[in-house]
Ligand binder design. Structure first.
Ligand SMILES: Cc1ncc(COP(=O)(O)O)c(C=O)c1O
Length: 385
């Protein structure tokens, strides 16, 4: 697991020529509010460098509650546990709900480290298909019936999914809640990109559709919204889980970095989030459109690309199923463009003829150049299976 991304990253590091970077899913320096974060990081706060409380700094929890309330989810302090990024939220979810041999439904394709975390707790993954409206919830009953047992958890990334960019429709969200209730399964609702919507209207979150539903375990992070190096996120879950989460986190890292929580608290309390989002979202929108135009111009009907309303990623599937995007990776790097091959997002080796492109971090001109280089790599390499 993760080896395709790992080897892609080390291959990338070995190249010193100009490369258009569509691989990484992280905001570049110019897309992070670096000056403000530096300024707030320098604020003197008594006790800033000692251990903090495991559940999170109270002022930071207040800011999280305010942020969630502004986006339609009225939560409470005993529902929130601050985490060291979204990854720790996923780890906590699996630690609490996944025992060796348990069945976990995942989206195919999905976030590599989501799969890796569930596997590290001994989960058996059932990869369910996605379409332009997200996880194809309608097929889950049949998939589960065929497998002969019900899932312990369903892992979904409902907004601007990583890697596909698609968003789960309202009808499917409702249906998913019904199925989870029927099966007694937890829904691990991983939503790092939800606030990064640049087109169309928000769809109510699972928590907004069914407030207080104890089966919803929400994993959140500020990595994509502010800066991944802060390592600040949280989970929002039923209050009965709060003591378990605190115990589990205590044994992992005692507390999330107090200086990082203080810095983000001051950033949020100062009202800086919305102006920051306004700036980056207009850039992301322009870049997404530039990437779709470039794909159309350079590839035409040879590829099919998703059309995300937010987030960072667009998923490209080749019409020619013989294209092998893992084999294409090195020739593409030599040509000067990097992406993540499709099989990185599946534990079954699926999606050999697809790839993920991050549109968020390159200018429209670089995006056009990068897509042109990708086309040149495909034409030259004959990277076929
Ligand atoms: C869907 C998804 N979940 C979780 C994470 C992890 O977030 P963090 O970097 O805050 O640990 C990522 C980061 O790429 C992601 O895309």
């Amino acid at each position: 697991m993760g080896s395709v991304i790992d080897s892609s990253t080390s291959l990338l590091a070995r190249h010193t020529h100009d490369i258009v970077r569509f691989a990484m899913g992280a905001p570049s320096d110019d897309l992070m509010p670096v000056e403000l974060l530096d300024r707030f990081a320098a604020n003197p706060v008594p006790g800033k460098y000692t251990y903090g409380s495991t559940e999170g700094e109270p002022d930071f929890v207040d800011q999280i509650l305010k942020l969630q309330a502004e986006h339609g989810h009225a939560s409470a302090p005993d529902r929130v546990t601050v985490t060291t990024g979204g990854m720790q939220g996923l780890d906590l979810a699996c630690k609490l709900f996944v025992d060796p041999g348990d069945l976990v439904i995942v989206e195919g394709p999905t976030y590599t480290n989501g799969n890796a975390t569930a596997l590290s707790y001994g989960a058996q993954l059932l990869e369910a298909p996605l379409d332009e409206n997200g996880l194809v919830v309608e097929v889950l009953p049949e998939l589960v019936a065929r497998g002969g047992r019900t899932p312990k958890a369903i892992y979904t990334i409902p907004n601007f999914q990583n890697p596909s960019g698609v968003t789960l429709s309202l009808a499917r969200r409702e249906q998913l809640l019904e199925l989870a209730a029927q099966w007694g399964a937890m829904i691990i609702d991983d939503d790092p990109y939800g606030l990064l919507r640049f087109e169309n209207s928000p769809i109510p979150s699972l928590n907004e559709i069914d407030p207080g539903n104890p089966r919803i375990f929400s994993v959140r992070t500020l990595s994509k919204i502010l800066a991944p190096g802060l390592r600040v996120g949280w989970v929002d879950a039923d209050p009965s889980l709060h003591p378990l989460l605190i115990n589990a986190k205590q044994a992992m890292d005692t507390c999330t970095s107090v200086p990082a929580q203080r810095t983000v608290t001051d950033f949020l309390a100062g009202g800086h989030l919305q102006p920051h989002l306004d700036r980056v979202l207009s850039l992301y929108c322009e870049r997404k459109n530039a990437m779709r135009v470039a794909l159309d111009r350079h590839f035409g009907d040879a590829v099919r690309a998703t059309d995300p309303d937010g987030g960072f990623f667009l998923w490209v599937a080749f019409a020619d199923a013989q294209v092998d995007t893992a084999a294409l990776f090195e020739p593409a790097l030599a040509e000067g463009v990097a992406y993540i091959p499709g099989p990185a997002f599946s534990t079954n080796g699926n999606f050999h003829d697809a790839l993920r492109l991050c549109f968020a971090t390159s200018t429209p001109e670089r995006i056009d150049e990068g897509v042109a280089r990708l086309k040149a790599a495909v034409d030259k390499s004959g990277a076929q299976r």
